[in-house]
Design a protein around this ligand. Structure first.
Ligand code: MN
Length: 224
């Protein structure tokens, strides 16, 4: 019998801790919490080396985390690659700001969506379902709602897919709803407010369409 391929080693909070210098970054320190009450989820839009969306689900006292390069899609036909990354502490769900350049994940972080979640089947233990490699879940966020599937396709590669329900849509929600659900800011505005690289952050914001761009001209004409 061929040897069964060993599953990829789980990346725990120890990995999160090892990657960061907490004397330099304002991100939360590594801390495990007990499961209690509704489980939280957060989607953080993160302009680091590349733009991506960090999808995080509370389970087992930490935020289980996936980096989704294209972000979530409301269209059930779109399977979005979600790379499993290290657990993050629950407190990370409150982090919006700037990770200093040169530090791990350096760049601007936005709380793009947040809310609570639960497994579709109430008798399912989230940690066990994730270990098995398939979790059917219901999200109740401000932007993302309804039923979704997260399925492992090998190593740390997962697919995040919307299931068909009344919240399914072909609307490109990352384009139509680009702002923070906490502060209504775009990435460039977060960078501007918190001492980040505004030009770099702006590349993660939607391109302004001709004709709809708010004027940046001063009311007083500039002297030549
Ligand atoms: Mn990230």
């Amino acid at each position: 019998m061929p040897a069964k391929k060993a599953p990829a080693k789980r990346l725990g909070l120890d990995v999160y801790k090892r990657k960061r210098d907490f004397t330099k970054t304002p991100e939360p320190k590594a801390k495990r919490a007990k499961d209690r009450g509704p489980l939280r989820f957060v989607v953080q839009k993160h302009r680091a080396t590349a733009l991506h969306y960090d999808f995080r689900l509370e389970a087992g006292g930490t935020l289980r985390s996936w980096a989704v390069p294209k972000g979530p899609s409301l269209d059930p036909k779109q399977k979005r690659l979600a790379m499993e990354v290290e657990d993050h502490p629950l407190e990370y769900a409150n982090f919006e700001g700037v990770i200093p350049e040169g530090e791990y994940g350096g760049g601007t972080v936005m709380i793009w969506d947040e809310g609570v979640w639960m497994p579709m089947e109430l008798d399912v233990d989230p940690v066990k379902a994730l270990k098995k490699g398939e979790l059917r879940l219901v999200l109740d966020g401000k932007k993302l709602k309804g039923s979704w599937t997260l399925v492992n396709t090998g190593d740390r590669r997962w697919l995040l897919m919307k299931r068909k329900d009344e919240y399914a849509s072909t609307e490109d929600i990352t384009e139509t709803q680009p702002r923070s659900v906490r502060t209504n800011r775009l990435l460039a505005e977060i960078a501007r407010d918190e001492g980040g690289d505004v030009a770099k952050a702006a590349t993660g914001d939607p391109v302004r369409r001709r004709g709809s761009a708010p004027s940046t001209r001063r009311s007083r004409p500039l002297k030549r």
